[in-house]
Design a protein around this ligand. Structure first.
Ligand SMILES: [Mg+2]
Length: 260
């Protein structure tokens, strides 16, 4: 562990977020609990707004589609404007969100409400996107050397931009050339990495992908993308085989660029 020499053909560095640029705990212990803690308060404060009503109606549609699932929580229509009636509907939305989150569902309806809540949280400074301290200096160095830097995360592009736009290091979006999420394909499928290369306009072998997850590393390598596996505090452990097979780094400062 400790040193990885970037192959000379690499012109793009593709970064995972959770467990790579950012502690897994930030997502698990801050972003998701924020939704649970604040969803009721958020709905009460924004209920009359068009956007919030759209979020609720999307959740209601999803609830209808889910009605045959075990434990599903229906969201009734408001039948009046009485305070208690409003409170009853809001509570149903809250219960529905909790139920979906308990199953780790990724429905568009849930993601949309979460996205809007996080946008408000970042904008008001209630949440700040965490990045490991070696990330920004390394990315600046790579860019100065002419490399391009992209993000590939299962979090939506919008959520990625919030995190890097309101990070512990300030707004660092200008350091990122582009963003990919699962719209381009899942991270454990090699085809996704070929599509990313096509989208960037390079060959897969021009890309170095940094991730903490071995299954993603396998998929990227299958597509002919270079890979280094990032070991950060709080990451899931790797097997002995994975440890011996992959190049491991514990900090972005351990990547060395070929001297030109
Ligand atoms: Mg990760």
């Amino acid at each position: 562990m400790g040193v990885y020499s970037v192959p000379a053909e690499v012109s793009v560095i593709l970064l995972d977020i959770e467990g790579t640029t950012t502690p897994i705990a930030f997502v698990k212990d801050i972003l998701f609990p924020y939704i649970k803690d604040r969803v009721k308060e958020y709905l009460r404060a924004h209920w009359e707004e068009e956007e919030c009503q759209q979020d609720v109606s999307l959740l209601r549609k999803q609830a209808l589609a889910d009605s045959n699932l075990e434990g599903a929580v229906p969201i009734p229509l408001e039948t009046g404007t009485r305070e208690e009636e409003l409170e009853r509907v809001i509570q149903a939305v809250v219960d529905n969100v909790y139920w979906q989150m308990s199953l780790d569902r990724k429905t568009t309806a849930l993601k949309q409400l979460q996205g809007h809540m996080w946008r408000a949280a970042y904008a008001t400074g209630q949440v700040t996107g965490e990045v490991f301290e070696d990330v920004v200096p390394a990315v600046r160095k790579w860019r100065a050397a002419g490399l391009k830097v992209y993000i590939y995360s299962s979090g939506s592009v919008e959520a990625q931009k919030l995190l890097f736009g309101h990070s512990t290091e300030g707004d660092i979006l200008e350091l990122i050339d582009g963003h990919f999420d699962t719209q381009i394909g899942h991270k454990v499928e090699s085809e996704s990495y070929r599509r990313i290369a096509t989208s960037i306009g390079c060959s897969p072998s021009n890309i170095l992908f940094l991730t903490d997850v071995a299954r993603e590393a396998v998929a990227a390598e299958e597509a002919d993308v270079h890979v280094a596996v990032v070991v950060r505090p709080g990451n899931a452990g790797l097997t002995d085989d994975e440890k011996s097979y992959y190049s491991l780094i514990t900090s972005f400062s351990e990547l060395f660029l070929p001297s030109s």
